[in-house]
Design a protein around this ligand. Structure first.
Ligand code: KG4
Ligand code: ZN
Length: 415
């Protein structure tokens, strides 16, 4: 399925070894533009250098996740400090892997929105410094656009396509018409799914079990759910069931499961660091709740695109991206509903679903080729922690008033 991607990885390996031996020859073989991308919007300091055909020439990532898991969630000040401490090393490591110097790149792309303000500032400041020092153009990148477009680096995916972005900070459905043309169909009105999985995993004290101790909450829930005996032990209410739009709400799921957890802890007389014995069934039910809600809203988006003729009926693709897309059960659930509407469901390997510098560099490559957003400096408005994605069609979806029945997905646990 990701043939081209694996070709790229293979080429990347070759590029590295060739590079160390013969830098000049390699530079001649690379496809322009060569873009260096920097990502610091949340808790990952990432940098990558990607060429015009999507070869990853060099990459480095410093993930703060394990530390934040230990500290009970992301602390923006700690994230800022760690970005500041690591950015120089991460960029130099990526360049070192590529055997390139800043003077060899055509442009520097950097995430400017959305994200944590003081985290974004570290990447932007560093990119500005490099651009000034080496006289390189800058390309501002929207983090969610980069998540949506990265699959095009690995696979020939024509516009338009639908994207479901599910991460620790976001949840949205959009139609991608072009590199700079996004139509927002729905988004979360409260928490993001990854945020809820992280919070409940923490409240469950999953990190006290050594296997899960350094894992992102969502990943821990997925692994624990795999050992469930009764995955539909708990029944939960489907969020926003009466609202005929594509918006999401995860706060109800969070409150419901926290209440259930407290009740079970009381029943078992759980104290201190102990964990309820049914934690695997509990995780499976939580994952099922998240999946059924995502599927219910996604099906309405597919129906809306059908009615409004927003997607070419001969090439129907839905991309699932963002950290929560790493979840096999959630992916299978989206695939299940997408199949019903003759869509092909696409996701990348986990390494490219979660935050990384590669998606920033690739978005820079696509923009550079189309001569979009190439600037010599940013102004203060370019950094926007709450920037929305694309043109807002949420009211149009509501006005279409399309009924969609809930799909029960527990059967997918047996497949
Ligand atoms: O896209 P990402 O790396 O950062 C944001 O922009 O938020 O996503 C991180 C989120 C975290 O909440 C993490 O728990 C979740 O993705 N995540 C998962 C899985 N792996 C990471 N959620 C569910 N299942 C997984 N396997
Ligand atoms: Zn992200």
């Amino acid at each position: 399925m990701f043939h081209h991607k694996y070709c790229n990885i293979l080429k990347r390996t070759i590029v590295h070894s060739l590079n160390r031996k013969n830098h000049v020859k390699l530079s001649e073989n690379l496809t322009k533009p060569i873009v260096l991308g920097i990502e610091t919007s949340c808790d990952d300091t990432g940098c990558a250098i990607v060429d015009g055909t999507g070869n990853i020439l060099g990459e480095a990532l410093f993930s703060q996740n394990a530390l934040h898991v230990r500290c009970g969630g992301i602390n923006p000040l700690v994230a800022h400090e760690l970005h500041r401490d690591n950015i120089d090393n991460v960029v130099n490591e990526a360049l070192g892997n590529a055997g390139l110097k800043i003077k060899d790149v055509d442009a520097i792309a950097v995430t400017t929105k959305p994200g944590l303000l003081i985290s974004l500032q570290v990447g932007v400041k560093y990119a500005k410094y490099l651009a000034k020092q080496y006289n390189k153009p800058l390309i501002p990148i929207h983090h969610m656009e980069a998540h949506a477009l990265i699959p095009r680096m690995c696979k020939d995916i024509p516009f338009p396509f639908i994207v479901l972005l599910v991460s620790g900070g976001h949840c949205l459905l959009a139609v991608v018409n072009h590199i700079d043309d996004f139509v927002l169909l729905g988004q979360s009105i409260d928490n993001a799914p990854g945020e809820v999985l992280d919070k409940i995993a923490r409240r469950m004290k999953l990190r006290n079990i050594p296997t899960y101790s350094t894992m992102a909450g969502g990943r821990a829930v997925e692994l624990a759910a795999k050992g469930a005996k009764y995955p539909d032990l708990f029944k939960f209410p489907l969020p926003l069931a009466r609202y005929r739009d594509c918006n999401f709400s995860f706060s109800g799921i969070k409150d419901y499961f926290v209440r259930k957890l407290v009740q079970m802890e009381n029943e078992h007389g759980i104290m201190g660091n102990e964990i309820i014995p049914e934690y695997r069934d509990f995780c499976a039910a939580l994952q099922l709740a998240v999946a059924e809600h995502l599927v219910h809203r996604t099906e309405r988006a597919l129906l809306f695109c059908e009615e409004e003729k927003l997607i070419d009926t001969s090439i129907k693709n839905i991309i699932v991206s963002g950290g929560v897309a790493c979840n096999d059960f959630i992916f299978k659930s989206i695939e299940f509903i997408a199949n019903k509407w003759n869509y092909k469901t696409i996701r990348l390997p986990p390494r490219l679903c979660t935050d990384n510098g590669i998606m920033i560099a690739w978005n820079g490559v696509e923009k550079y080729k189309k001569e979009l957003d190439i600037v010599s400096d940013f102004n203060i408005k370019d950094i926007d922690p709450t920037a929305p994605l694309g043109r807002n069609y949420i009211n149009n979806v509501q006005a279409a008033n399309l009924p969609v029945k809930a799909t029960k997905l527990h059967i997918l646990y047996d497949t």
